[in-house]
Every structure is written in C-alpha cells, then in structure tokens.
Design a protein around this ligand. Structure first.
Ligand code: NZQ
Ligand code: ZN
Length: 391
C-alpha cells in the first residue's frame, strides 16, 4: 500500500427533510448572501427550491439565483455566474441539483477571486489559490461532486470537456434527502448508477499491490449498488433503496476507495471526449459503453484485477484462465448496465468508425501523447483499440 493523506471534510446531512436545515448550516459556515445555482427547473417543479429558500430566509440569509445550468455544463454559464456573484457581493455558493449545477458552482467559486479567466485553471495554466465556499443540496446520486473537490466543465467553443481537482472545492456541507430523488426519470437513475460504479472501478483497477481493504470496500460497494438498483427501478419511491444508492454515490467518489493506491481514470477521460463530441450524450451513458470495452482490452493486456473483479463480484468460478475470466467479467458488467437501460455501443450515439481518429486525437491532446502510471500505459494505438471495441 502507498502512503496517503485522506482528508474529506464535507459535513453530510442525510435523510428525510434534511433540506430544512439549509439556512442553519449555511449560517454556521458564515454565509450572509448566497448564490443559488440550479439546472433546468426540476427543483422548481418539485418545490425543493421554495423549501431551500424558505430555510435561508428563516436564518436571515439573503440570496440570488442563477438558473439554467445544462447537463454537461458549459463555460458561458460559469462566466455569467462569476459576473452575477461579483455584482451581488455574494459570499457563499449553493448549487441545488446534480453534478452539472455543482460543478458550475465550483467553477464560479474559484473564478470570482481570480483576476484572469477561470478557464485558465481547467487548461492547467494557473492553480486556484482561493475559492468562495460552496455547499450543496444534492438531487441525483451520480457524479459524487457533493463530496469531491472536482469540477468538470465543457468549453462550448471547441467542445473541450476538462476537469480540475482541488481541496479548496470540497463542499462545506452537502444535504442529501433520498426522497428528493423519487422524481428522477429512469434514464437519469441509470446514468447515475453507472457513473458511481465507474468511479469505484477507476480506483479498483490498479497495479499497486496489497490494497486488500480498499479492494474489499470497492467490491462490497459495487455489490450493494447492483443489489439495490433493481429495487429503485421497480419502485422509484422505495426510500431505503434510494437512500442506499444515494450514499453509495458519495462514498464512490469522496476518495475513500482510492487511498493508498495508484488510480486509473482512463475510461473517464475517454468518456469526456464522447460527451464533448455531443453534449446530449450523458456522462453515464458514455461510461456504460466504454468501461466494458476498456475491460475487454485489458483482458488481453493486463487481466489480473479485471479477473479478480469477475471472481469476487460477478461470482465467476475462481482459478480459471485470467484472460477468460476477465472477458467474462466485462460481459457481466455490460449485462448489468443493459439491465438498467444503458446503451452498449458508440454507434447508438451516432458515432461512426470515421469519427474514431478525431476522438483519439482530442483525447491525447487533452491527456498527453503517452499516458503512463496507469493500469496500462495508454498510447494512441491503445486508445484507438478501446474506442473501436466500443463502436
Ligand atoms: O436540470 P434539471 O431540470 O434539474 O434536471 C436534471 C438534469 O436534466 C435532472 N435531475 C436532477 N435531479 C433530479 C432531476 N430530475 C428530476 N428529479 C430530480 N431529483 O437530471 C439531469 C442530469 O443532471 P446533472 O446535474 O447533469 O447530473 P449528474 O449528477 O449526472 O452530473 C453530470 C455531470 O457531472 C460531471 C459529468 O461529466 C457531467 O458533466 N462529473 C463530475 C464529477 C465531479 N465533479 O466530481 C465527476 C464525474 O465523473 C463526472 O465527470
Ligand atoms: Zn463520472
């Protein structure tokens, strides 16, 4: 096991009616004027926005709203938020929604105190030195942004989807009421479940030896998610199943599953090129296609951990040929994703063989020509082979 520092300071307030504590919690972190960031209106229709605002008012906290964040959030909305936040003199940011409003809020948070353009951070030209504090009211278990220091934004002009990660952006608190997720469409529930499993697998697939505790945490989490998933599709208002899925999404991505080990993240970076190619493609849908393809490629080139997953999570008989077991594990994962309504191929998004070279070129432009220190070194030949399997 490698040396590590684990610091995950977000205060999670979980359960029925948790949003009624928003004002009290924001006040305890020094908020006086809040920028509320949200998406296309699901929180208006469900009444959540009104409840959050009532809670802020009861605590004597002023607020302004930034609505209209789209899924796969874009840079222009971030600039709008930075301008609004500065003009209004806000001192706290509260996204109410999923990864898209949360990541937009985080980008605004580092953008407000910075003299240059916030996109510098995503290009790696500058490091954030300060951030307006952020807290979240989560409405969809998926991205894990409620507990992570990450933010992923797409530059509309050029469709570059890039990420930053900094401890400055760990939310101060996150409010998680599973009842709020009852209104999720089945498709979004499926994308979210896929994304959280992918967050665990990106950490599970490592060459770092002797990481049995985190391996078993990861395996247990994936098995619990796969166990609870059919229940939320059968009955979207099954509180306990929704609650288990919601908490799993947070632990999947708050760092716990990655301590003491090298992490991979190749599939995520390859997926970001797919949802940048067409921002109507949900991140979870892209992952459902690419992760089994990545595992299929690894069966040939580094089957060890893929076979271990097959034996321990999918119940494949131990002791077989690792390559065969790994191939079977990829098939089992694909079958699970299909069972929750996820696609299997890039063609289902309209991507053709002639598009692959473009995806490969952008992937390497954004991540380096040869990507080392991962589960397998990734060259353009390797990424092309994986996109081609996914086709
Ligand atoms: O916009 P509204 O009307 O709110 O509708 C949203 C949106 O259409 C809807 N929705 C959310 N909660 C709902 C609901 N509908 C009904 N009832 C509810 N309770 O769901 C749709 C998707 O929302 P979005 O915020 O885009 O979902 P998600 O949490 O999956 O976020 C995806 C984004 O997060 C990034 C992805 O790349 C993608 O851009 N990621 C962020 C990460 C991070 N910051 O740590 C890590 C991830 O790997 C991921 O890359
Ligand atoms: Zn993800």
């Amino acid at each position: 096991m490698n040396n590590f520092t684990f610091y995950s300071p977000t205060k999670f307030v979980f359960g029925r009616d948790a949003e009624s504590r928003t004002g009290e919690l924001a006040k305890s972190f020094g908020a006086t004027k809040v920028l509320i960031v949200y998406g296309g209106g699901s929180i208006v229709r469900s009444g959540l926005l009104a409840r959050v605002e009532a809670s802020l008012e009861a605590a004597g906290i002023a607020y302004v709203e930034l609505p209209g964040v789209q899924p796969n959030p874009i840079d222009t909305k971030v600039r709008e938020g930075i301008e609004l936040g500065r003009k209004e003199g806000i001192d706290f940011i509260l996204p109410v929604g999923g990864g898209s409003p949360i990541d937009t809020a985080k980008a605004i948070a580092v953008g407000i105190p910075y003299e240059g353009d916030f996109w510098d951070f995503y290009l790696g030209k500058a490091e954030p030195a300060a951030a307006v504090p952020v807290a979240t009211v989560l409405t969809i278990p998926a991205a894990g942004s409620e507990g992570s220091g990450d933010s992923v934004i797409t530059q509309k002009d050029g469709m570059n989807k890039l990420a930053i990660g900094t401890e400055l952006l760990r939310p101060k608190f996150s409010i998680m009421n599973p009842e709020i997720t009852f209104t999720l469409p089945a498709s979004q529930t499926g994308y979210g479940i896929t994304d959280m499993i992918a967050h665990i697998l990106e950490r599970y697939f490592t060459n770092t030896p002797n990481v049995e505790v985190t391996d078993r945490v990861a395996e247990g989490l994936i098995m619990s998610i796969m166990n609870e998933a059919p229940k939320v599709f059968a009955n979207p208002e099954d509180y306990d199943a929704r609650a288990n899925i919601m908490w799993a999404g947070t632990i999947a991505h708050n760092g716990l599953c990655g301590v003491g080990r090298e992490e991979d993240w190749i599939t995520h970076s390859m997926e970001h090129e797919v949802s940048a190619w067409d921002d109507k493609i949900a991140h979870g849908a892209g992952l459902a296609v690419l992760f089994p393809a990545w595992m299929t490629y690894m069966a040939e080139h580094n089957p060890g951990k893929v076979a271990q997953l097959g034996e321990r999570v999918f119940g494949i008989t131990p002791g077989g040929d690792p390559k065969e077991t790994a191939l079977q594990a990829a098939k089992c994962l694909r079958a699970f994703f299909n069972s929750i309504g996820m696609p299997s191929t890039l063609r289902e998004f309209g991507i053709q063989e002639s598009d692959i070279d473009g995806l490969v070129a952008k992937f390497h432009k954004n991540n380096g020509e040869i990507i080392e220190n991962r589960y397998l070194t990734i060259t353009p030949e390797v990424s092309k082979a994986i996109y081609t399997i996914a086709l």
